[in-house]
Design a protein around this ligand. Structure first.
Ligand SMILES: Nc1ncnc2c1ncn2[C@@H]1O[C@H](COP(=O)(O)OP(=O)(O)OP(=O)(O)O)[C@@H](O)[C@H]1O
Ligand SMILES: [Mg+2]
Length: 303
């Protein structure tokens, strides 16, 4: 099999949206690669839903552009995208199966796909129950099934676990990961770090409509690495650390030092250097900052 470079599913450039004095989306650019689970993370009012509205063609931007699948937005492309934006309108007195038949009619596709999507969201056994008898979590899963009808290549979620209990939250996150494993690209807006950390491969962090950070979730976790180290002779260790140019920060603690290495410098580099100086470490651990700490830092830097 030949290696295929990753395709860009969505490209947004210089997107801007104002509501009067409110700058809801501020010069936003980003790219979503095929197969990724792309998180749009930001506090309430940071412009996530507005951005999703623009790329789905229901909100008009004041400036900037976006393209799906390298093409300007055409009706044909819209069929390749499924969205679960809010509680969708299902008929309360009809069964889940009947409701999906109606959706299939609207989408102009056959009923053959209904069994597959109901099985994916684990509602096949309950297909004949009336929608009004569904729990909140089941309603959310039916919304996902409905979006999956017709095999979209991209699924868009806006706060998919809002209002669910811990079990419902875990189920929906599990389902999103499972859908992503089938090769569907996912774009997910959330104000919950934990959600993005648990489900997404990539993240863009928004605040007041502006992009603060974009990268893989792993990159975000690696943004800043603090290393804790100690030796039997702290004075010699301190001297050696101060001479090492690849350290950006040294904090002495009671019996150890907390240091930050410059970008691209590994603990192996550090250790090799220390050994060359005759320093033997008694302790070395990496302390990764959680996405949460970094998220809060990012927000406080900009506000
Ligand atoms: N139709 C509208 N008219 C006026 N202002 C709007 C409208 N829609 C959004 N806004 C404003 O734009 C800003 C961004 O809102 P948006 O809903 O995109 O944020 P969000 O990140 O989705 O927030 P949340 O986490 O609360 O869902 C907010 O200040 C909001 O009040
Ligand atoms: Mg929103």
């Amino acid at each position: 099999m030949q290696f295929k470079p990753l395709e860009k599913v969505l490209t947004i450039s210089g997107l801007d949206k104002r509501y009067g004095k409110i700058h809801a989306v501020n010069n936003l650019s980003l790219e979503v690669e095929q197969g990724s689970v792309f998180g749009i993370l930001g506090p309430n009012g940071s412009g996530k839903t507005t951005t999703l509205g623009i790329i789905l063609g229901v909100v008009n931007a004041n400036a900037g552009s976006f393209s799906w699948f390298h093409e300007s937005n055409s009706k044909q492309n819209r069929k390749r995208i499924g969205a679960i934006l809010e509680q969708p309108l299902f008929y309360p007195y009809l069964s889940a199966y009947r409701n999906l038949q109606i959706v299939a009619d609207i989408k102009g596709i056959s009923y053959d796909d209904i069994e597959r999507v109901l099985k994916t969201v684990e509602l096949w056994e309950r297909k004949d129950s009336k929608f009004r008898t569904y729990s909140y979590g089941m309603k959310q899963r039916l919304a996902i099934a409905s979006a999956l009808l017709g095999n979209p290549e991209v699924l868009i979620f806006d706060e998919p676990t809002n209002g669910l209990d811990p079990r419902g939250i875990a189920e929906i996150r599990e389902l999103i990961i499972q859908i992503a494993e089938q090769g569907i690209t996912i774009i997910l807006a959330s104000h919950l770090l934990d959600e993005v950390q648990k489900t997404c491969s990539h993240v863009v962090v928004l605040n007041k409509g502006q992009k603060l950070f974009e990268g893989t979730v792993n990159d975000v976790l690696n943004l800043s690495n603090t290393i804790e180290l100690s030796s039997n002779n702290l004075q010699i260790l301190e001297l050696a650390l101060k001479e090492f140019k690849n350290i950006t920060d040294i904090k002495p603690e009671k019996d150890r030092f907390l240091i930050t290495l410059a970008e691209g410098v590994t603990t192996t580099d550090l250790n090799t250097y220390l050994i060359s100086k005759g320093v033997v470490l008694s302790h070395l651990t990496m302390k990764k900052k959680s996405l949460e700490e970094q998220f809060l830092e990012l927000l406080s830097e900009k506000s």
